[in-house]
Design a protein around this ligand. Structure first.
Ligand code: 6GU
Length: 234
């Protein structure tokens, strides 16, 4: 998969994309990630990429021209058609289902906003899929781009060592994860549940299943409702 990220702060993104699972996926060619500075397409002496909103009001608005030019330039680097994604708090909420959908695509082009928002003609002219990572306000789309790229890249075949660990995780089955333990068996008086040391794999699986269900009931009953209503958490 190729992923292009257009941002005013590509230097904030790069170190994250070099680390850990994403960094490894890049090195092995599973994910080809390119960050592009939108300011490089400002096309004026002052490198201006934002301006005051028509009609007045606070803050600055991201201008059309640098964003359109950056998109055209980056898209022309590779014939593979890109799915355009605009990161804004007004988008569709990022869920595991959305991450799985995006992980099936050959190419993503992610546009990070800054300032008070985008000129509406960026939405009209580029027809991007608009995605938000949650109901809170970030000062820019960069942190959201890191979240999105992480959620997608780890789903690419070969990105995570043990494919089973993806299957088993929170949300993949629509439930929260069961409690995990490692050595030592006793730490500050706290014991590892006996069942996990029993070697009885059927009992262990049953215990994990029931802890997972209990945790979800206690902490995220909304997930159980969704699971009942839809098929895609299975
Ligand atoms: Cl994608 N961008 C910004 N600026 N704030 C957000 C967001 C995105 N998702 C949640 N809050």
């Amino acid at each position: 998969m190729r992923i292009d990220v257009l941002s005013l702060f590509p230097e904030a993104l790069e170190p994250f994309f070099e680390a850990s699972i994403i960094g490894r996926a890049r090195q092995s060619g599973i994910a080809r990630i390119h960050c592009t500075d939108i300011r490089g397409f400002a096309g004026n002496r002052h490198q201006k990429v934002d301006d005051r909103p028509f009609g007045g009001g606070p803050g600055m608005v991201m201008m059309c021209s640098p964003v359109f030019d950056a998109v055209a330039n980056v898209e022309s680097e590779d014939p593979v058609p890109a799915t355009r994604i605009l990161l804004t708090p007004q988008g569709e909420r990022l869920t595991q289902r959305v991450a799985r959908e995006l992980a099936c695509l050959p190419r993503l082009l992610i546009i990070c906003g800054h300032y008070e928002g985008f000129d509406e003609r960026i939405r009209l002219g580029l027809a991007p899929r608009e995605i938000s990572i949650g109901d809170y306000v970030l000062s820019g789309g960069e942190a959201a781009a890191m979240v999105l790229v992480d959620a997608v890249v780890r789903l690419l075949p070969g990105a995570v060592g043990d494919e089973e660990s993806i299957e088993d995780e929170s949300f993949s089955r629509g439930l929260l994860e069961y409690p995990q333990y490692t050595r030592p068996r006793t730490f500050r008086g706290m014991e590892v549940p006996e069942v996990l040391i029993s070697g009885d794999h059927a009992r262990i699986e049953e215990w994990r299943r029931s802890e997972s269900a209990r945790r979800t009931r206690e902490r995220r009953p909304d997930l159980l409702e969704e699971k009942g209503q839809t098929q895609d958490t299975d």
